[in-house]
Design a protein around this ligand. Structure first.
Ligand code: NAD
Ligand code: COI
Length: 334
């Protein structure tokens, strides 16, 4: 049996080596390149592929894999929004993801972004860079005074809630599906409008679908409290960047913590030396603001997460090749 992996980084190699040692019957090949129509040919002779990328999986790339007799794809991450399910179904692929590699990684990053905004850390850093060691005017806010609106109470949203409760925050939550624990605590509100009305901080933890693209738009922001903070560690396309910029310009939005951005692939993963050189005008605009914190889709990036992403994705791919049905097969019929 042979598995070929795409987009393998140096930091993944130790976990990959461990997996190979534990699975001597499997031959593993890999490349640093992501899966494209060109790189797909590298998987020739393999029974399945393991991948990780934020750029779209094109039909052309999938067609090449199919022509090589490959039907099994295991991604090393959670989100499946960069696949067209129709392409997978037309071409007869089975897809697995890693639904729970470490919700804590993303949840901790989320709460850290909130804290850095509340205590105005970028502004203090900027003052420090200018030799200014004074207090005013960078007075902060405390977590325990905040009502946080958590949109999406799945694996990540629920850990966010737990951490925030430890800091003494009041939490209100919204989800199309009600989790028993969150329900019992009485945290759900009935509508996004109600959540926007109550929340000092709005944080997003839902998958991206066609139906919720740009859910944070002019209308949503207008329904939020004056001086709201917006945090996005889910998917960039959930926020209409123009609406966010307008909100920041007017002061309606006091700040934003953004691990993901619309069109992030044009900017993230590269070195620009200075925010002035960022080629996407809207991201450049955001990057120049001291009340906006941007991280390069790195909320997931911890040692624990990387190890689990490698282990689960390779286990799943091997299981598919062996004709088994791992419980993390993605339902591509929806
Ligand atoms: P999950 O599937 O466990 O939870 C998602 C929740 O969203 C579910 O409870 C679901 O019912 C709810 N939901 C779906 N559509 C909704 C809608 N329109 N309105 C309200 N609720 C809705 O997923 P998760 O593991 O918590 O991850 C959430 C998202 O975080 C992923 O889909 C992914 O896009 C993103 N993510 C980002 C990173 C990162 O590094 N920044 C890492 C992992 C995941
Ligand atoms: C996910 O797991 O969905 C992420 O967003 C992490 C990223 C490496 C793709």
């Amino acid at each position: 049996m042979k598995i070929f992996a795409y987009g393998i980084r140096k930091d993944e190699e130790p976990s990959l080596k461990k997996w190979e040692q534990a699975n001597p019957s499997v031959e593993v090949g890999f490349t640093e390149y992501t899966l494209t129509a060109d790189s797909a040919r590298l998987a020739e002779g393999s029974d399945g592929v393991v991948t990780l990328q934020t750029s779209p999986y094109t039909r052309e790339a999938l067609e090449v894999l199919k022509s090589l007799g490959i039907h099994y794809i295991s991604i090393r991450n959670v989100g499946v929004d960069n696949f067209e399910f129709k392409d997978l179904n037309d071409l007869g692929f089975t897809l697995t993801n890693v639904p729970v590699y470490s919700p804590n990684a993303i949840a901790e990053h989320t709460v850290l972004l909130m804290g850095r905004l509340l205590r105005r850390v970028p502004e203090f850093d900027d003052k420090f860079d200018h030799g200014d060691f004074t207090w005013a005017p960078t007075i902060g806010k405390e977590y325990r005074e905040q009502t946080v609106g958590v949109i999406g109470t799945g694996h990540i949203g629920r850990v966010v809630i737990k951490i925030l409760q430890g800091f003494g925050c009041k939490v209100v939550a919204y989800d199309v599906y009600h989790n028993d624990d969150i329900e019992q605590q009485g945290l759900y509100v009935d509508s996004l409008e109600e959540l926007y009305k109550q929340a000092d901080i709005v944080t997003l933890h839902v998958p991206l679908f066609d139906s919720n693209k740009y859910m944070i738009n002019d209308k949503a922001i207008s329904q939020m409290k004056d001086g709201v903070y917006i945090i996005n560690c889910a998917r960039g396309e959930l926020i209409d960047t123009d609406a966010l910029i307008k909100g920041l310009d007017s002061g309606k939005v006091a700040g934003a913590g953004l691990d993901v951005l619309d069109d992030e692939n044009s900017v993230f993963g590269k070195v620009w030396s200075s925010p002035d050189n960022i080629p996407n005008e809207k991201i450049r605009n955001l990057a120049h603001r001291l009340n906006v914190i941007i991280t390069p889709h790195s909320a997931f990036y911890t040692e624990t997460a990387i190890h689990n992403m490698i282990t689960t994705s390779f286990d799943s791919n091997k299981a598919l090749i062996e004709g088994l049905k791992p419980n993390n097969i993605v339902d591509t019929t929806k």
